[in-house]
Design a protein around this ligand. Structure first.
Ligand SMILES: *[C@@H]1O[C@H](CO)[C@@H](O)[C@H](O)[C@H]1NC(C)=O
Ligand SMILES: *[C@@H]1O[C@H](CO)[C@@H](O)[C@H](O)[C@H]1NC(C)=O
Ligand SMILES: *[C@@H]1O[C@H](CO)[C@@H](O)[C@H](O)[C@H]1NC(C)=O
Ligand SMILES: *[C@@H]1O[C@H](CO)[C@@H](O)[C@H](O)[C@H]1NC(C)=O
Ligand SMILES: *[C@@H]1O[C@H](CO)[C@@H](O)[C@H](O)[C@H]1NC(C)=O
Ligand SMILES: *[C@@H]1O[C@H](CO)[C@@H](O)[C@H](O)[C@H]1NC(C)=O
Ligand SMILES: *[C@@H]1O[C@H](CO)[C@@H](O)[C@H](O)[C@H]1NC(C)=O
Ligand SMILES: *[C@@H]1O[C@H](CO)[C@@H](O)[C@H](O)[C@H]1NC(C)=O
Ligand SMILES: *[C@@H]1O[C@H](CO)[C@@H](O)[C@H](O)[C@H]1NC(C)=O
Ligand SMILES: *[C@@H]1O[C@H](CO)[C@@H](O)[C@H](O)[C@H]1NC(C)=O
Ligand SMILES: *[C@@H]1O[C@H](CO)[C@@H](O)[C@H](O)[C@H]1NC(C)=O
Ligand SMILES: *[C@@H]1O[C@H](CO)[C@@H](O)[C@H](O)[C@H]1NC(C)=O
Ligand SMILES: [Cu+2]
Length: 631
C-alpha cells in the first residue's frame, strides 16, 4: 500500500482505491461528485434565450453600469446529470480524489510520499467561460496531497509555464526547512520556465486541513490550488463522529487572467477597486448563463458547464473539509435544512458548535459535520458571496454559488429547498473567536515582546494604489530575504542579528521584525483601512488574544484571558479594527505575514518575521534552492 503510494501518480492511486472500495461494498455511500460532465444543453439554451439580455462586460473600464433587474435575478442553471453516458472533460480532475477514503491508515509508520506536479497553461472553461487556466498535471483543481504526520513529502514541480512559479504549503510549519516554504521574494526565487524543482520536507507536529497554492504574484488565482490533508493517530476519536470525509474547495472566479486584471487595479487613482469576481466555483465547477455576455464580448461561452453534485445517503454523518481557495471573496457557507457542526478551524480541532451559516474568508479552512437526517430529496449547498465587501457591482455575477446535495442520486433541481431565514453577513468578518474553543487545551504563554503594525492603503508618489505596513509597501525582493539573511549572518554582519524592526533589508519594500532568540511575541495588527483583510502567518499558528475596533487600550494588556484562546493561521482583521495575536517565535527563518487577498498582497500588504537567527547562522541553503536565483 505504502510502496504503491510512492510510485504511482496520486490521482491514479486514489481512483483505483475508489474502484476497489466500490467493488468491496456495492452500496458505496460516499459523497460522490458528479460535477463537470455533459449538461442538458437544450434546457440551458432555452434559459439563455429566455433571458437574452446581451449585457456588456464593463469591469475593464471600471464604470459599473449595473442593471438591477439582471444582477438580482438568480439564474437557475443545470447541474450535472448522472446518466451513464456522461463524459468528463479531460482537464477536470476527478474530484473523487477529494472523497477521503476512510480506510486510510492514520497509524502507518512514516513514509515518503512522492508527487510529480507538471504545471502548464491551457484553455479551459471551469464555469463555461473559456480562459487561460493554469493546471497541475493537466487538470484543475490541483491533486490531493494526503499524508500522515511524520511523512516526508517530495513534490517534483516541473514548470511548463512561460512565467516562473513556486508552491507554498499553507499552514505547514516547515520547521528547519524555511527554504521549502515556497514564497517568492522571501524564501526562494521563482522556479524558471522549463525547469524542475523538488520540494522536499517533512510534516512534523501538526495535522488537519491545509492547502497548497502558488505564491508567486497573484498566480494561484488562475488555477494553481489544491488540498493538503495531514492525518495523525490522535484523529481516531474525531473519526468516530463521522462516516465520510470530503474535501470541498470554494473559490471566487474571474473570466480573465489575474495578470490582465492587476494593472487596472493598481492603476493611479483607483483606490479600493479590487476586481469583482464574475462567478464562484464549488469543487472547481459552476454554471454560467452565457446570455449575460453579448456576442461581441470577446468571451467564448460553453453553455454546458454544470454545478457540482454530491450524492449522500440518509442517516450518515459527513465531515466536509471546506477550503476557501479564492482570491478575494468571503463566503457564507450553508446547506438548506441542514445545520453545520463546526469541528475544525484552519487545522485546530474545536469543540463542536452548531451554525446555520459559516463565514469563511480567503485561505481559511473549516471542517463541519453534516448529519443527513432530512427528507430523502435534493437540497442546495450554498456558498454565498458577502458582496458588501465588493467596491462595485458586477452585472454578470450571481453571488449565490450553489452545488447540489442529493439523497436520491439524481440531479433534479430541488423545488422546496429554501435558504435559511437567518440573515446573511453584511460585513466581512470571521466567525467570532469566542465561538471557537480549541479541543486540545493550551494556555497561551506570557509574552516577551510586543509589536504593533499599522495597515493602510495610500496613494503614493506615483499615485499608484499601494498597501502599507507602517511606511513599507512590499514588493518581492529579487534576492529573497532568506538568502540575504543567511549570507549576512554567515558574514557575521550584526545588523541581521538585532532584535526588532530590522535595518538589514531595504526598508522601502521589506518590513522585517527580527526575533534572534526564542521569544513569545505579541503583535497588534491595527488596520486603518475601511476593508476587512484575511491575514495569514506562515510557519506558525497564533493565539487570538483580543480584537476590537478603534484603538487598542494597552491598559487592558495585563488582563488578557490566556486560558485556551482560539489558535489558527489565518484570521480576518475587521475594517478599522485591531487584533492582538500571540505566537511562539520558535521557527528559524523568514516568515511572511500578509493579507491573503491576491490583489492586496500584490499591492504590498506583506511583512516578515525573522525567527531564531541563532539557528539560522549555522544554515547553508541547499544549492538547488540557491540555483533558482542564478538564471
Ligand atoms: C515521478 O516521475 C518520476 C520520473 O521523473 C518517476 O520515476 C516516478 O515514478 C513518478 N512518480 C509518481 C508518483 O508519479
Ligand atoms: C449514484 O449512481 C451511480 C450510477 O449512476 C453509482 O455509480 C453511484 O454509486 C451512486 N451513488 C450513490 C451514493 O448511491
Ligand atoms: C462543452 O462544449 C464545448 C464547446 O461546444 C465542447 O468542446 C466540450 O466538449 C463540451 N463539454 C462537454 C463535457 O460536453
Ligand atoms: C523531476 O521531474 C523531472 C521532469 O520529469 C525529472 O527530470 C527529474 O529527474 C525529477 N526529479 C526528481 C528528483 O525526481
Ligand atoms: C530530501 O531531504 C532529505 C533531508 O535533507 C535528504 O536526506 C534526501 O536525500 C532528500 N531527498 C531527495 C529525493 O532529494
Ligand atoms: C506572465 O507574466 C506576464 C508579465 O507579468 C503577464 O503579462 C502574463 O499574463 C503572465 N502569464 C500568465 C499565464 O499569467
Ligand atoms: C426545509 O425546512 C423548511 C423549514 O425551515 C421546511 O418548510 C421545508 O419543507 C424543508 N424542506 C425539506 C425539503 O425538507
Ligand atoms: C437533524 O439533526 C440535527 C443535528 O444535526 C438536529 O438539530 C435536527 O433536529 C435533526 N432533524 C430531524 C428532522 O431529525
Ligand atoms: C509601526 O508604526 C506605529 C505607529 O507609528 C508604531 O507605534 C509602531 O511601533 C511601528 N511598528 C514597528 C514595528 O516599528
Ligand atoms: C551589513 O548588512 C547591511 C545590510 O545589508 C549592509 O548595509 C552593511 O554594509 C553590511 N555590513 C558589513 C560590515 O558588511
Ligand atoms: C477565558 O477563556 C476561557 C476559554 O474560552 C473561558 O472559559 C473563561 O471563561 C474566560 N475567562 C474569563 C475571565 O473571561
Ligand atoms: C521548531 O524547531 C525548534 C528546534 O529547532 C523547536 O525548538 C521548536 O519547538 C519547533 N517548533 C515547532 C512549532 O515545532
Ligand atoms: Cu487585504
Amino acid at each position: 500500500m505504502v510502496a504503491e503510494t510512492q510510485k504511482r501518480p496520486p490521482q491514479v492511486e486514489m481512483a483505483e482505491e475508489k474502484n476497489n472500495a466500490a467493488v468491496k461494498s456495492s452500496n458505496r455511500t460516499s459523497l460522490l461528485l458528479l460535477g463537470g460532465v455533459t449538461a442538458i444543453v437544450i434546457v440551458a439554451l432555452a434559459l439563455g434565450l429566455g433571458l437574452g439580455l446581451g449585457l456588456k462586460h464593463h469591469r475593464h473600464d471600471g464604470a459599473a453600469t449595473t442593471n438591477p433587474k439582471t444582477s438580482s435575478a438568480p439564474s437557475p442553471g443545470p447541474t450535472a446529470p448522472s446518466s451513464a453516458s456522461e463524459s468528463v472533460q479531460s482537464w477536470r480532475r476527478s474530484t473523487l480524489e477529494y472523497d477521503l477514503d476512510m480506510n486510510w491508515d492514520i497509524n502507518a509508520s512514516p513514509t515518503i510520499r512522492l508527487f510529480n506536479f507538471t504545471i502548464s497553461e491551457i484553455q479551459a472553461a471551469p464555469d463555461g467561460i473559456l480562459r487561460p487556466l493554469l493546471v497541475i498535471n493537466g487538470q484543475f483543481p490541483g491533486p490531493l496531497v494526503r499524508v500522515n504526520r511524520g511523512d516526508r513529502v517530495l513534490v517534483n514541480v516541473t514548470n511548463q509555464l512561460s512565467n516562473g512559479t513556486a508552491l507554498h504549503w499553507h499552514g505547514l510549519y516547515q520547521n528547519g526547512t524555511n527554504w521549502m516554504d515556497g514564497t517568492v521574494g522571501v524564501t526562494q526565487c521563482p522556479i524558471p520556465p522549463g525547469t524542475s524543482f523538488l520540494y522536499n520536507f517533512t510534516v512534523e507536529s501538526q495535522y488537519g486541513t491545509y492547502w497548497y497554492h502558488s505564491h508567486y504574484s497573484s498566480q494561484y488565482t488562475d488555477g494553481i490550488v489544491g488540498p493538503l490533508i495531514v492525518h495523525a493517530p490522535e484523529e481516531a476519536t474525531t473519526r468516530e463522529s463521522y462516516d465520510f470525509d470530503q474535501v470541498i474547495l470554494l473559490q471566487d472566479w474571474y473570466h480573465d487572467l489575474s495578470a490582465a486584471l492587476m494593472p487596472g487595479y493598481l492603476a493611479s487613482g483607483n483606490e479600493n477597486t479590487e476586481p469583482v469576481p464574475d462567478n464562484g466555483l464549488i469543487q472547481g465547477t459552476n454554471y454560467f448563463n452565457c446570455s449575460l455576455y453579448a456576442n461581441d464580448s470577446g468571451y467564448t461561452c460553453q453553455e454546458n458547464s454544470t454545478r457540482a453534485v454530491f450524492a449522500v445517503t440518509q442517516g450518515k454523518r459527513y465531515r466536509l473539509r471546506l477550503i476557501n481557495t479564492g482570491a478575494f471573496t468571503e463566503f457564507d457557507f450553508s446547506i438548506d435544512n441542514h445545520t453545520l457542526s463546526v469541528v475544525e478551524a484552519d487545522s485546530t480541532l474545536v469543540q463542536p458548535v452548531a451554525v446555520t451559516r459559516l463565514p469563511i474568508h480567503v485561505a481559511q479552512r473549516y471542517s463541519v459535520i453534516v448529519y443527513t437526517n432530512q427528507t430523502s430529496t435534493n437540497y442546495w449547498m450554498r456558498a454565498q458571496m458577502i458582496t458588501d465587501c465588493f467596491s462595485d457591482d458586477n452585472p454578470v455575477l450571481n453571488p449565490d454559488v450553489q452545488a447540489l446535495i442529493t439523497y436520491t442520486n439524481t440531479t433534479s433541481e430541488p423545488t422546496d429547498s429554501v435558504d435559511w431565514s437567518t440573515a446573511l453577513d453584511l460585513v466581512c468578518k470571521d466567525l467570532s473567536p469566542s465561538m471557537l474553543t480549541p479541543a486540545v487545551v493550551e494556555i497561551a504563554p506570557s509574552p516577551n515582546n510586543a509589536f504593533r503594525i499599522d495597515v493602510s492603503f495610500q496613494i503614493g508618489a506615483y499615485a499608484l494604489d499601494r498597501a502599507y505596513i507602517n511606511s513599507t509597501t512590499w514588493t518581492a525582493a529579487k534576492d529573497p530575504t532568506l538568502n540575504q539573511a543567511v549570507a549576512g549572518l554567515k558574514a557575521d554582519n550584526s545588523t541581521f542579528n538585532a532584535l526588532g524592526l530590522s535595518s538589514a533589508f531595504d526598508k522601502a519594500s521589506q518590513f522585517v521584525i527580527s526575533i534572534p532568540e526564542y521569544q513569545v511575541v505579541d503583535l497588534l495588527i491595527n488596520s486603518l483601512d475601511e476593508g476587512a483583510h484575511p491575514f495569514h502567518l506562515h510557519g506558525h499558528q497564533f493565539w487570538i488574544m483580543a480584537s476590537g475596533t478603534g484603538d487598542f487600550d494597552w491598559n487592558s494588556y495585563a488582563r488578557l484571558n490566556t486560558t485556551n484562546p482560539m489558535r489558527r493561521d489565518t484570521l480576518t482583521i475587521d475594517a478599522y479594527g485591531w487584533t492582538l495575536i500571540r505566537f511562539r517565535a520558535d521557527n528559524p527563518g523568514l516568515w511572511a505575514l500578509h493579507c491573503h487577498i491576491s490583489w492586496h498582497m500584490e499591492a504590498g500588504l506583506l511583512m516578515q518575521f525573522q525567527g531564531r537567527t541563532d539557528l539560522m547562522s549555522h544554515w547553508t541553503i541547499p544549492s538547488d534552492v540557491l540555483a533558482l536565483c542564478s538564471t
